[in-house]
Ligand binder design. Structure first.
Ligand SMILES: [Zn+2]
Length: 473
């Protein structure tokens, strides 16, 4: 919301001073949300002690903040809705919301113009500042959260095994390259990447929150004024393009997208400061070949529903999508220990996929089994128990095995293996089942489904069932 009003203000200012804009001598080299600022003719930007200094009128006219100047005290007060900055000319000490801060350089007075350091002021007022050293351009990105709070910091790193990120300090992305089926992202600082497989078109999306492109990134590869770029991949049949951008500003998030020619299984791991996303080699011209050519079976695990589609709502309000995802993530973890099974999730977070997208992931991968995890609901709160659905003959054997383990895991009433005309088990081309673990409309079932112990048992049961179906020990 705030971003909107902020941009409106900029537009109004531009309209209010069209003559000045046109009369501007040249490039400001300052980009706000991708658009270069047009400065009034007499608004000169200066560099002092390696700091870019802008006249306070630029802060008002171009950045849309309020400025008050007290000539007697030689003090300048800059504010937006949430932050007040109080500075004094030639003084490195200032105040932000009443808290004392130290500036890299104090405001300067030059021929009746007060100059302030753009990075400090912008960051304090909630803009993200990126400096491209190669092109000498400054990129300001406005927050879209409305908080404008520069104190927004990463959560403490929950993993004691990794180096904690200094609060407020963003990890840096130094370079992105691709060779030998490996996407290599050189980073500095602690990162917690999130990777998601998407289809239509097939792609792998890697989000790195609390990160930004390093100042030298743009020198080695393309990065435009919107802080995005891409490169084509030549000589690899699976991947044709890699795109990257500063996707979000709150928190600052770098998004890297691998545009695939086929749905692919991948692994993601760190090698020192290198984040590696490795595509498993497959032969798309030879259906039936397991992924990796190493005899691994592919199990697509589909957590039903997601995001705006909560699925069934439990009798106390619990959402089916959360149960489905929790179990799917546990299955995925367990499958990592199975040397002969490759687990692929259709979603690994609270996102929404169309049914056909779920199907496409499995069909494009030529997966061996498709397991859709759900929980049921009924108009009658008395209905309870566990059901397993199949749609065709090729899926019956899988349904029987999976149901045996599922009923054992939930301990609920056994409602049997059933035929069902559900899209995801009808349109998938491999053995496919849909598990209705229990009834969220039933008080006992709902309570049980949201316990860690039951979810762990269901996840283990799914893995045991898959192994038995594949004849693995
Ligand atoms: Zn469901």
């Amino acid at each position: 919301m705030k971003k909107f009003s902020f941009l409106v203000m900029i537009i109004i200012f531009v309209m209010m001073f069209p003559g000045k804009g046109q009369a501007a001598s040249g490039h400001s080299n300052i980009y706000l949300d991708g658009t270069e600022l047009v400065l009034a003719t007499n608004a000169k930007i200066e560099t002092m002690q390696n700091n870019i200094m802008i006249p306070v009128r630029v802060v008002v006219e171009n950045l849309g903040f309020n400025v008050a100047w007290d000539k007697n005290k030689q003090s300048v007060t800059i504010n937006n809705d949430s932050t007040v900055i109080h500075l004094v000319v030639n003084n490195k000490s200032g105040y932000v919301n009443g808290n004392k801060v130290t500036l890299p350089i104090g405001p300067a007075l030059k021929t009746d113009t007060v100059l302030v350091p753009i990075r400090f002021v912008s960051e304090q007022l909630g803009l993200q500042v990126n400096w491209d050293n190669a092109s000498k351009k400054i990129y300001l990105i406005s927050s879209d959260t409305g908080s404008g709070n520069p104190g927004t910091k990463p959560e403490p790193n929950p993993d004691p095994g990794t180096e904690p990120t200094t609060p407020g300090e963003l990890a840096l992305i130094n370079s992105i390259s691709y060779s030998e089926n490996r996407l290599m992202i050189a980073t500095k600082g602690s990162i917690e990447p999130k990777a998601t497989v998407m289809s239509s078109p097939n792609r792998i999306v890697i989000d790195i929150p609390y990160a930004k492109f390093s100042e030298t990134f743009g020198t080695s590869q393309q990065l435009d004024s919107y802080l995005q770029g891409s490169f084509h991949v030549v000589g690899y049949p699976d991947l044709y393009q890699v795109r990257y951008s500063l996707y979000n500003n709150s928190p600052s998030t770098v998004r890297i997208v691998m545009d695939l020619n086929y749905a692919k299984v991948y692994t993601i791991h760190a090698e020192g400061n290198l984040l590696v996303v490795e595509l498993k080699t497959t032969d798309p011209s030879n259906p039936g070949t397991p992924v990796g050519g190493n005899g691994k079976k592919i199990a697509v695990i589909d957590a039903g529903h997601g995001n705006q589609d909560p699925g069934a709502i439990g009798i106390t309000g619990k959402k089916e999508k959360a149960f489905n995802l929790a179990v799917a993530l546990k299955v995925d973890q367990l499958l990592k220990n199975e040397p002969k099974i490759e687990g692929v999730l259709t979603r690994n977070n609270d996102t929404f996929l169309e049914l056909k997208e779920r199907v496409k992931i499995a069909n494009d991968l030529n997966a061996d089994v498709f397991i859709s995890i759900h929980a049921n609901s009924s108009g009658s709160s008395a209905a309870s128990g566990t059901e397993t659905y199949y749609n065709n003959d090729r899926s019956k054997a899988l349904a029987n095995v999976m149901h045996k383990y599922l009923v054992r895991a939930t301990g609920f009433k056994d409602r049997g293996v059933r035929y069902g005309n559900f899209h995801v088990i009808r349109e998938t081309k491999m053995a496919a089942v849909l598990l209705e673990s229990g009834y969220l409309s039933n008080k006992q079932d709902e309570a049980g489904l949201f316990t860690e112990s039951l979810q762990n048992r269901v996840a283990q049961g799914i893995v045991d069932g898959i192994k038995e179906y594949f004849g693995l020990e």
